[in-house]
Design a protein around this ligand. Sequence first.
Ligand code: PGA
Length: 264
Amino acid sequence: MRKPIIVGNWKMNLDHLEATYCVQKLAWLLRDAHFDYSSCDVAVMPPFTSIRSVEVLVEADRLKIQYGAQTVSVTSQGAFTGDVSADMLAALGCKYVIVGHSERRKYHPEDDATLVDQVRAILAAGMQPILCVGESYDERKQGIELEYAVGQVNDITRDLSEEEAANMLVAYEPVWAIGTGMVATSKTAQDAAHAIRQHFATVFSAKVADSVRILYGGSVNSSNASQLMSQARDMDGFLVGGSSLDPEEFDKIVRLTQKAAKQR
Ligand code: PGA
């Protein structure tokens, strides 16, 4: 059984003081609700400058909330002004790193070769990549959305070993759904998650396909989380952007998702 996970992608929001407030509040809300972390992972992905504050809080209060980063350098150290290495993130207790978010692909020169190197750097540092894939509105109109998303997964993961592939998380995030309020239907999310899982079974093995956690992302909130989660059986949780910035809203999403996952 795969453990569901809800990941908050804060993007370029919440400085280190706001981050501390947000994680503390989220932890209190989940504690008050007797949230069972053993059956569901909860993670936040702060901007680089807030990660250390989150680490200090998590350690001091022994919180079970996990955290990670939104991108990483492909090199391990040296003269790369502005970059942050996988080892630096691992040293801060990061468990996950997002790879290939559509905003990174759009605003930065992150091509497939870079993403492959990022995945390798993250795995080598003992963390787990969350690979983002998903079609734009154009591909959807042409009816090639599944081939497109699966193709993106293949481009980045095909040369991994079985063990490395089993440590991947994939977030299916149709570009047209990100930050737009246009959430995918549960059928769309399920079809994509299923196609991606099948792909891992074909290229690697049934065991790998069974262990890869596949998330949906794009305008998830507390009004649509339950329905999406209960209907899409190949989906193991969410990557949540805007709605993860408000701890009360994120707490609701986390609890609704865990409940829906348990009931299906
Ligand atoms: P959104 O973003 O929830 O604000 O649509 C999701 C994401 O970009 O990961």
